[in-house]
Design a protein around this ligand. Structure first.
Ligand code: PLP
Length: 361
């Protein structure tokens, strides 16, 4: 029964009724007098959720489009960049850098372990000529459920040189504290189908003044993802291209919900759901893939040792209409992932855990 599906994957996440109703409305013109004030409010509230006064631009793409926009708008072919890679999405940063001819120095860690912040410090300290143009990190590594220590990595970046810091916050924005202005994060990419609680289709990029300086000399070709165009039009609460207007009206609704809840409460809720999930998994004697000290508040990866994780997922789906995510790449069949990001409630977690227990019998 489709209408009862409990979506506990790390995106798309469940969508609240306020947003579903907005999606059901007739579209309005994106240059109309009705749309402009909506967009004004959305831009304002995006700055609020990003904890920044920087530009927060909206793209009609998935999260990867925001990552790619970060690379092509602020860097040039041959630029040396440091990339953290401890999962599928860190790898993706490396692939995007390679696609555009950057000279990427990849700092790896085993999947399931956090990035070693000392390795960033050492590389940055050794870069006496200040050749490193950007340090690129995945905050919440969705493929493993690891939260990387962005605050410390960023501190090392700030202490050594002028590199930009670019962050994939696709499953951390709106789930975990990421004070962009306080920390001075230059470029942050995220996507609508995660903490924003609306369906896939929009991506967000926040851009600092320092990144805009780099934009002036960046030499990679761009057109649709040229953020300069988006910035110019955002000043008029508008877009260079036709945006998915209904998604934006839905986003207006979920940002209002988030404002009502408050940042601290949003972070506390994700923390509570994470703790509840991890404690329950421990009580079921299943091993957790990421350590407590680096656990993402958005997603918990479970590593069943004696059971096939794909089998567990099949039972959960068939018997209980609960969707959990499998492992990616070499982790397929070895782990499964429980999403507790966005519009997921305490009741969803309780139901999921009870169903998991029953599936294990
Ligand atoms: N980065 C992270 C951490 C993600 O979790 C995802 C998607 O799950 C992406 C990037 C890619 O986003 P998209 O699939 O929306 O392009």
């Amino acid at each position: 029964m489709d209408n009862k599906l409990i979506l506990m994957i790390p995106g798309p996440t469940p969508v609240p009724e306020q947003a579903l109703l907005a999606l059901a409305k007739h579209p309005i013109g994106h240059r109309s007098s009705e749309f402009t004030p909506i967009m004004g409010e959305v831009f304002q509230n995006l700055k609020w959720i990003h904890q920044t006064q920087n530009d927060v631009l909206v793209l009609a793409s998935s999260g990867t489009g925001a990552m790619e926009a970060g690379i092509i708008n602020f860097l040039s072919p041959g630029d040396r960049v440091l990339v953290g890679s401890n999962g599928k999405f860190g790898e993706r940063w490396g692939e995007v850098c390679q696609a555009y001819g950057l000279n990427a120095d990849i700092i790896t860690a085993e999947w399931g372990k956090p990035l070693d912040t000392e390795q960033f410090r050492e590389k940055l300290e050794a870069d006496k000529e200040k050749q490193i143009k950007a340090v690129i990190v995945t905050h919440s590594e969705t493929s493993t459920g690891v939260l990387n220590d962005l605050e410390t990595i960023n501190r090392h970046v700030k202490a050594h040189g002028e590199a930009l810091i670019m962050v994939d916050a696709v499953t951390s924005l709106g789930a975990v504290n990421l004070p962009i202005d306080e920390w001075g994060i230059d470029v942050v990419a995220s996507g609508s189908q995660k903490g924003y609680m609306i369906p896939p289709g929009l991506a967000f990029v926040s851009v600092s003044a320092k990144a805009w300086e780099a934009y002036k000399t960046a030499k990679l070709p761009k057109y649709y993802l040229d953020l300069g165009k988006y910035r110019k039009d955002a000043a008029k609460n508008s877009f260079p291209f036709t945006p998915p207007v209904n998604l934006i009206v839905a986003l207006q609704a979920t940002l209002q919900m988030m404002q009502k809840e408050g940042l601290e409460n949003i972070f506390a809720r994700h923390q509570r759901l994470k703790n509840a999930t991890r404690e329950a998994v421990k009580a079921l004697s299943l091993p957790l893939f990421a350590p407590d000290s680096a656990a993402s508040p958005a997603i918990t990866a479970v590593a069943p040792v004696q059971v096939d994780s794909e089998q567990i997922r099949k039972v959960l789906k068939k018997k209980y209409d609960i969707a959990m995510a499998g492992g990616q790449d070499h982790l397929k069949g070895k782990i499964f992932r429980i999403g507790h990001l966005g519009f997921v409630s305490d009741r969803d977690i309780l139901t999921a855990i009870a169903s998991l227990e029953s599936a294990l019998l």
